[in-house]
Design a protein around this ligand. Structure first.
Ligand SMILES: Cc1ncc(COP(=O)(O)O)c(C=O)c1O
Length: 389
């Protein structure tokens, strides 16, 4: 079995991109800037690696320290919770920000609100953290096979009670949706389906903060290629749309990267009927954050129509990426990257070492590549194992 499978596609602009605009990003960023602990995450330039492989640049937006949660996910959960609470409390989200939620009367009203979500780790940690910030309660359900350390980390991050179920990821999402209905809790889920779109769209708007920061940090440089890892594809689709809107005249080539056994976006594109398809069963991968069987309905048209490449990678690809980030070339900065964070770098290195793949991905000396390290060592035991420590 090959370690990497690639599907190439003709990318076009999708009208669905319009929603995840610079305006949406600025609204989310305005809110995030008022949250305690907000700091722009670094954009790391791996210039020695770029020089070694004869390309212009490799930029890594390093989310491993976002809000002290070791992953980018808190951006989405925090913004969506803010929007849900604004709606419930009758506040104008264009005028309110986190400071509004410090007022005693607002806090009193928030204390009665309970949230629920399903997660394979990072989203739940973000929800737990932000529920505590807003003074709300949260319930977090995790799929079968979730690591106990990740469950504990969710509870320690904030005010959630977290539980590992006997269900796969998609069924855990259904379970959380039912619990919301039954108990009058607010479902705060990071994927969309027919009839459940508003909250996931706010979550995606929240992710745009990282896109807006990265675009600003890149200055004059425009990305020719963006490699993004996908679970349900909400992060990748939203950020793809942001860059498609920003560089409409000269859009970057976007590659969507998934674990082989749970590559639902790859499988859906391969089916060729324009529809999103699911992966059933209990697929296993060390890329826990990407272990999701159904593409997010809110961004599926963006992923399908605007992406140039769809890639399915085995676990060994991300392990290679984790080691390469940790032990960089020359004076490049070392980056702590976990299983779901490093797969795009592992894949990029494979491409850069192969003439035929370089040609397929249209990579040359002018290429400016943007990667997102979406998590740090969220499973420290496995991280050390992969590094051979
Ligand atoms: C670290 C990490 N990277 C990437 C993703 C993928 O995000 P999405 O499910 O929106 O594709 C996740 C999702 O949980 C994640 O935890």
């Amino acid at each position: 079995m090959p370690k990497v499978r690639v599907l190439s596609s003709i990318s076009t602009y999708s009208r669905a991109c319009g929603e995840f605009s610079a305006f949406a990003a600025e609204q989310a960023r305005r809110f995030h800037k008022t949250i305690p602990g907000y700091r722009e995450t670094p954009l790391v330039s791996l210039s020695c690696a770029a020089g070694e492989y004869g390309i212009d640049s490799i930029f890594v937006k390093d989310e491993s320290q976002r809000f002290g949660l070791k992953a980018f996910k808190g951006l989405g959960g925090s913004y969506a919770m803010f929007r849900i609470l604004c709606e419930r409390l009758g506040l104008d989200p264009g005028a309110a920000d986190y400071d509004t939620f410090r007022e005693a009367e607002v806090r009193r009203r928030c204390s009665g609100v309970e949230f629920v979500t399903a997660t394979d780790g990072n989203h739940g940690k973000g929800v737990s953290w932000v529920a505590k910030l807003f003074g709300c309660k949260a319930h977090v359900y995790m799929p079968k096979g979730s690591v106990e350390a990740r469950r504990r980390a969710i509870e320690e991050a904030g005010s959630a009670v977290a539980e590992i179920t006997e269900l796969n990821y998609d069924m855990t999402v259904e379970y959380a949706a039912l619990a919301a209905e039954r108990n009058g809790w607010e479902l705060i889920q990071d994927t969309a389906w027919e009839g459940y779109e508003k909250c996931p769209r706010w979550i995606i708007d929240g992710y745009l903060t990282l896109a807006a920061e990265a675009a600003e940090q890149m200055g004059e440089k425009k990305p020719t290629h963006i490699f993004m890892q996908a679970g349900v594809g909400a992060m990748a689709g939203g950020i793809e749309a942001y860059f498609m809107n920003k560089y409409r005249e000269e859009p970057p080539l976007v590659a969507i990267v998934e674990p082989t056994d749970v590559a639902c976006i790859y499988k859906s594109v391969l089916a060729g009927d324009g529809k999103a398809h699911s992966i059933e069963g209990n697929p296993q991968t060390i890329m826990a954050g990407l272990n999701c069987g159904t593409p997010c309905a809110a961004v599926w048209p963006i992923l399908r129509d605007c992406s140039a490449y769809f890639c399915a990678c085995e676990d060994s690809v991300t392990e290679e990426g984790m080691r390469a980030y940790a032990r960089p070339l020359g004076s490049d900065k070392a980056i702590v990257s976990g299983e779901s964070g490093a797969v795009t770098y592992g894949l990029l290195l494979k491409i850069l070492k192969s003439d035929s793949l370089r040609e397929q991905f249209k990579i040359d000396e002018k290429s400016v590549i943007l990667l997102i390290n979406t998590e740090g060592d969220t499973d420290p035991v496995n991280y050390r194992k992969v590094l051979g420590e």
